[in-house]
Design a binder for this molecule. Structure first.
Ligand SMILES: NC(=O)c1ccc[n+]([C@@H]2O[C@H](COP(=O)([O-])OP(=O)(O)OC[C@H]3O[C@@H](n4cnc5c(N)ncnc54)[C@H](OP(=O)(O)O)[C@@H]3O)[C@@H](O)[C@H]2O)c1
Length: 257
């Protein structure tokens, strides 16, 4: 595995699933760790950081924590980092959430990284309208991870950002693999999923996650769930064999049906 790579693996997103519910966070995080999920994505925006920190107590060494700085204020940004260091001890991947004040934050985040308090730096944005600005941030070569949406319903990143990330050696993290849940509200039949069985796909959510990870430019996909049992189902999609063009096309057809 190249040094830059985080995977290809399935991690866990935490937007809107357990917020500050420490018991639920513990149940989901424990189940995820038991299923060999290692990467946990959070943000000051989600209200889930403290609960995640508590949930990881005793098993923190098994986890890779990805969180974010989300504020235009330099002072508030430093408070966010101080809280994160208190809750997680160390932040493996620190991302500028939705590019908020990224040029202002970059120098002090680099100083924090050089001091060893945080690991690699990244940028995120949920909106294709911001992909031009994301590309500009990546071209500085000062970020080493990129978090963007990618699913059969949202493929804008394939045009410019994925080729750019590949060229620059930037690890790609995929948010919203289920289009924030809309893609899993309706499930194809067992018969429709049959062509994917030989690829280890047992369920429709696994088909969608494997569709993402089968693009070998992707390192990590971070579905969110509030259901502990779903973490293992999702994690199993992070294992080969990967889908080829024909099987990816099957998933695309089922997603658009
Ligand atoms: N700007 C940013 O940086 C940004 C923006 C958006 C998202 N993100 C990150 O990306 C993560 C993922 O995106 P997302 O949370 O918007 O959406 P998502 O992962 O596409 O979808 C989450 C939804 O899928 C459902 N789900 C998960 N596993 C399932 C399964 N096996 N079967 C059926 N349903 C399943 C969950 O419901 P249940 O709880 O009922 O399982 C939840 O409602 C976020 O949590 C966050 O960490 C970052």
């Amino acid at each position: 595995m190249e040094e830059r790579r985080l995977g290809p693996v399935v991690g866990l997103g935490t937007w809107n699933t357990f917020r500050d519910d420490a018991r639920l966070a513990r149940a989901v995080a424990e189940a995820a760790l038991d299923a060999s999920v290692r990467c946990f994505d959070t943000s000051p925006m989600y209200g889930s950081e403290r609960a995640l920190g508590t949930a990881l107590e005793g098993r923190r060494h098994e986890a890779t924590v990805l969180t974010k700085i989300w504020t235009p204020s330099a002072e508030e940004a430093r408070r966010q980092l101080a809280d994160q260091l208190a809750w997680f001890g160390h932040v493996e991947v620190e991302q500028v959430h939705n590019l908020v004040a990224w040029e202002q934050h970059l120098p002090w985040l680099e100083a924090e990284r050089d001091a060893g308090r945080i690991g690699r730096l990244g940028v995120t944005h949920y909106s294709p309208a911001a992909f031009g600005e994301l590309a500009r941030a990546l071209r500085t070569r000062r970020f080493h991870t990129l978090q963007i949406p990618l699913s059969p319903h949202e493929r804008t990143a394939e045009k410019e950002l994925l080729p750019l990330a590949e060229e620059l050696g930037i690890a790609v993290i995929v948010m919203e693999p289920f289009d924030s849940g809309s893609l899993v509200r309706r499930q194809p039949t067992d018969e429709q999923l049959a062509p994917l069985r030989a690829f280890g796909v047992e369920t429709w959510p696994q088909a969608l996650l494997k569709w993402v990870l089968s693009d070998r430019r992707i390192d990590l996909v971070i579905p969110a769930t509030s259901k502990p049992q779903r973490t293992a189902e999702n994690a199993r999609a992070g294992m080969p064999p990967w889908l080829g063009t024909d099987e990816r096309a099957v998933v695309e057809r089922l997603a658009s049906a």
